[in-house]
Design a binder for this molecule. Structure first.
Ligand SMILES: [Zn+2]
Length: 293
């Protein structure tokens, strides 16, 4: 049984880039005769924008992308994340970390490392021995087990992938010092709880996959199949995002929704539907020619 999902963060409305991931996950579920769920990833509360979730759900509906079950909200699932963290703590797979970003930079410099990975620093393991102390609440990190550190996984579109999570990322944060559950822990717990078998999402999230596989193994959860969709770039060659000023996809009439879907379909290598096509007919045409079956 195929279960797929689209899991937007309500940090702004859907733009041309996030609509690609929404359409791809819907088409993949339909092409496999599976179910399609929507999960609102509103766990990173400081970044959540009031009204954005409702806007996203309205855009999906206007595009004919209707979930098969009620929308799940991560903000209502804190007890499940707390239980998963407790399970990891009980098996010594999570430890408290009192390091500030400055502490981590200083520790890396003293070890002779100066290079940052993207903007994130590789955590040098300062608090791994359990010696960390502080007056403020700690963050909780995953103690990456050595046998699970080197991850090989397969992406259904971009092929074989490999990452040594221990050396390329380091023990990553599961629960932040400000009390928020991180994306990594929430998504792993929720995908398993919803029985998700296939994850289809934007390629900007591909780098998280190895971390999520390590976490699945630590929690004894299954690993879904992964497909990461192409990113939509702006005129400057930057990934479309709210941060770079991407506009909301305008879907408020059927013609505009079809236009937005056509752009998303083209990004996925699918042909445009003609202007007079009914939304549902366009979607059905794309299901027929969906290449990732
Ligand atoms: Zn630390």
């Amino acid at each position: 049984m195929y279960i797929g999902r689209f899991a937007p963060s309500p940090t702004g409305p859907l733009h041309a880039g996030s609509l690609v991931a929404a359409l791809a996950s819907w088409l993949d579920a339909r092409a496999h005769g599976g179910r399609w769920l929507v999960r609102m990833e509103d766990v990173d509360t400081p970044r959540t924008v009031h009204g954005a979730a409702e806007h996203i759900l309205q855009q999906l509906q206007q595009c004919g992308l209707v979930p098969d079950e009620p929308v799940q909200w991560q903000s209502q699932r804190q007890a499940h994340y707390t239980a998963a963290l407790a399970q990891l703590k009980a098996s010594a797979l999570s430890y408290p970390c009192y390091c500030s970003r400055k502490d981590i930079e200083a520790a890396l410099q003293s070890q002779g490392h100066t290079r940052a990975r993207h903007s994130a620093l590789v955590y040098p393991g300062t608090c791994r021995s359990g010696s960390g102390t502080g007056t403020l609440p700690p963050a909780w990190r995953l103690r990456i087990p050595t046998p699970h550190a080197h991850v090989q996984w397969h992406d259904r579109r971009i092929g074989p992938q490999t990452q040594n999570v221990a050396t390329e990322v380091g023990d990553f944060v599961l629960h932040r010092a400000d009390g928020c559950t991180t994306y990594q822990l929430a998504v792993v717990v929720d995908d398993a709880a919803q029985g998700v078998t296939h994850v289809v999402r934007g390629q900007d999230l591909a780098d998280n996959t190895a971390r999520q596989i390590v976490l699945q193994q630590c929690l004894g959860l299954p690993t879904p199949h992964y497909l990461h969709t192409p990113l939509v770039l702006d005129a400057q060659g930057e990934k479309l995002s709210k941060q770079t000023g991407a506009l909301a996809a305008d879907t408020h009439t059927t013609a505009l929704a079809l236009n937005a879907l056509n752009q998303a379909a083209n990004c996925l290598g699918l042909p445009s539907a003609e202007a007079a096509t009914a939304l549902q007919d366009a979607l059905n045409q794309w299901v027929q020619v969906w290449p990732y079956k």
